[in-house]
Write a protein that binds this ligand. Sequence first.
Ligand SMILES: [Zn+2]
Length: 380
Amino acid sequence: MRDLNLKQGQSQRWWTMPPKKKLKIELDPKQPQLSFYACHREDKVEQTQHETESSKEKKDTKEERHFQERWLRIWSWLEYRDNKMFCSMCIKYKKANAFTSGCQTLKTSSMYRHEASDDHKNCSQEQSLKQNMAHAIKKSYEAQDNAIIKALKVVYWLASENIPLSKYESFLTICKQLDIPGMEPLSIGGSNRVNYCSYYAANELLNALCTTIDEDINSLIAKSPYISVLCDESTDISNTARMTINFRLINPETEAVKSVFINDIEYEDGTGEGLCGEIIKVLESRNINTGKVVGLGTDGASVMTGKDKGVYGRLKALNPHLINIHCLAHRLALCTSQAATLKSLKNYQEWMCSLFYYFKRSAQREKQEAHGPHRSPEEQ
Ligand SMILES: [Zn+2]
C-alpha cells in the first residue's frame, strides 16, 4: 500500500527520511495568545495587561513585606533596623533623604534609585577623597618616622664613636650628596622652618636617646640588690674639672655583674665634701638609697679615700658596710713609678721614652719600621 502512494522518482526507502525539523520560534511574551484573536475581543488586551501588572504588583507587595539579608551583602552601605532601610554613608555625611530618615519601601528598586541619586554619589566621592587623603597622610608620616629613626641612628653612631655633634649637619649633607634614600623628609620645609638637620635637632635627638637608655639603666638598678660606685676625676679639653661615675650592678636572675656608665658631671668644689655631694645628687636623681651602695672604686687619691673627710669617709658615715677599693690599674701605675728609684732604671725609662718619640714624631721612620728599611741594590 505504501508503494502505491509514492510519486515517480521518489526513493522507496521511505524509512530513511530525515526527521522533521522542529522550528524554534522565540515568542514575544507580550504577544497575545491566539485565543485572543479567535475571540475578537478588544477588551481582552486591557485585561491581559492588567493581569500582568497585577501579578507584578503582587510580587512587589510580597517583596515589600520581607527584607532580605542578602541585600546587606550587595549594598555595603545598607543598614536595616525597625523595619526601615538606612544608608550609613548618607547618614555619616549628614544628608537628608529617604535613606537617612528610613526607607520603608523594602524593594531592590529603592536601593538602585538611591545609589543613582546625587546625594549618595556625592557621599561616595567624599568618602573616596577622604580615604585617599588619609592614606597619603599616613604614608607621609611613615616616611617622616623612618627618616627620624635614621637621624637617631646617626646621632647614636656619632656618640658611640666619640665624634662631636657639631659634625651631625655635615654628615647629613654627605648622605644627601650620596643619594641615600629616606633622608629627604628630615629637611622638608627648608632652613626657615623646623627640620631635623641642625645641631640643635641632634641635641634633642641625643636627649631622647639618653632618656630611653636611662630608663633601661634605672630598671637594672632597681633589680640589683647592691651597687658599687666607680668614680674618677679628670679634665676635658677646655680644662674644666669633671668626674665620671659608673655603677657596678648585679643581675639577680643570672647573677652576672655588669658595669654601666651613669654620668659625666662638671663640678666646682673638688674637696671630699663637694665630690661626695655630687655623688649623692646622682644617687638621689635615680632614687637609690645609700644603704644599697656597698662598694666605692676610686683612683686612690686622698680626697677620695680619706676615712674622715674624703668621699669614702663621708659615704661610709651613711652606710657602715661600704668597702673602698683602690683601682687595680692605678695601683699598678703607682707600683711601676715608685719601684724605679735606681738611677739606671730611670735612665732606662728615659731612653725607652726617647726611642718611642723618635719613631712617633717621624712618619717616614714609622713607615720604615713597619715595612723594614729600604736598601739600595749596592748595599745589598
Ligand atoms: Zn546614601
